[in-house]
Design a protein around this ligand. Structure first.
Ligand code: FMN
Length: 317
């Protein structure tokens, strides 16, 4: 949430056209509360260039989520994903996210309601378990119930969540990664599509995991370095090898996108915030970050990103 919004997804699409992208989690209550409003259009509108794209829904009411699945299908998404992995206190209060792993019957009802309202594949993102319920059998039983309700793909964040005692950020680092559990799930259910997630830093690591599972989801590393995906279409989807994108040309495209959306009333910072982390680790990246931050705070006429790049990272030998 607050990261993989439509602006960030457009940025990623400059590097890969074939990788499946996910929206942030959209809570069913938000969709139903804003029905017919421009806000909902802004939130769910899918640009042609964003495909293939899955929408991730959160919530615990089967009827509401069925209606939301229909709405998202009409918006043009390619997949409906249900969040059963989020450990945040707010989400727990709403009785959804990872705590729903303890209520597989409800999850099955939600999947069933979604399937009744939409022909799209319904997929589930979950963890290996939570609190005391983290045995392989617990996860396998959960997956079976979802499968019987019609879910076809499972994206497993390979660590349990501690709902009592750890905050969301700690729940992404403290519980140890258990990749073997996810491999074991694929072995036990070879007919299901199993996608592994958690701590995967680059495409080489992704390739290793693909010896055991059907797919890899990358979260934080993708956000911090979208250029990581520059070679993904060639390596994983068999597209012809293309030269790595030139940074100045890529940024010129972001500049064009920025002009287009700001003309529609979008604040420049909504796009620029996603550019802050580009070029991390390269010489000049600190100046890049500082200049973009100033750029975000100023109301004066702005230099282009391409020219900021030339004056910072691009100037370094
Ligand atoms: C700031 C932040 C927001 C996140 N929001 C979501 C979300 O909306 N839905 C979701 O399924 N996971 C969300 N995640 C979790 C990631 O999708 C992923 O499961 C987790 O970060 C582990 O994968 P990684 O090590 O590749 O980042 C979020 C993670 C971060 C850091």
């Amino acid at each position: 949430m607050a990261y993989t919004d439509r602006h960030f997804r457009r940025l990623v699409r400059l590097y890969t056209q074939r990788t499946l992208l996910y929206t942030e989690m959209v809570v069913s209550g938000t969709i139903l509360h804003h029905l017919g409003e421009p806000y909902l259009h802004d939130l769910l509108h899918v640009d042609e260039l964003e495909h293939p794209i899955a929408v991730q829904l959160g919530g615990d009411d089967a009827r509401d989520l069925g209606v939301c699945a229909k709405i998202c299908t009409d918006f043009g998404y390619d997949e409906i994903n249900l969040n059963v992995g989020c450990p945040s206190p707010k989400v727990q209060k709403g009785q959804f996210g990872v705590c729903m792993m303890g209520r597989p019957q409800r999850v099955a009802e939600i999947i069933d309601a979604m399937k009744q309202q939409s022909d799209l594949p319904v997929t589930v993102k979950h963890r290996t378990g939570f609190d005391v319920d983290d045995s392989f059998e617990f996860m396998a039983e959960f997956v079976e119930r979802c499968r019987d309700a019609g879910a076809v793909t499972f994206i497993v964040h390979a660590r349990k969540a501690w709902l009592k005692g750890l905050n969301p950020a700690q729940n992404r680092t403290v519980p140890p990664l258990q990749y073997d559990r996810v491999y074991q799930l694929k072995k036990a259910y070879p007919e299901l599509e199993i996608i592994i997630n958690g701590g995967i830093q680059d495409l080489d690591q992704a390739k290793q995991h693909l010896q055991h599972v059907d797919g890899v989801m990358i979260g934080r590393a993708a956000y911090h370095s979208p250029e990581l995906f520059a070679d993904a279409d060639h390596r994983f989807f068999g597209d012809e090898k293309r030269p790595l994108p030139d940074a100045s040309e890529t940024l010129a495209q972001v500049d064009r996108y920025l002009s287009e959306v700001t003309a529609q009333g979008v604040r420049p910072s909504a796009v620029l915030k996603h550019c802050l982390g580009l070029f991390k680790g390269r010489r000049g990246s600190r100046q890049w970050r500082r200049t973009i931050t100033e750029h975000m705070q100023s109301s004066k006429a702005q230099p282009s990103l391409a020219s900021i790049y030339k004056a910072t990272v691009g100037q370094q030998p």
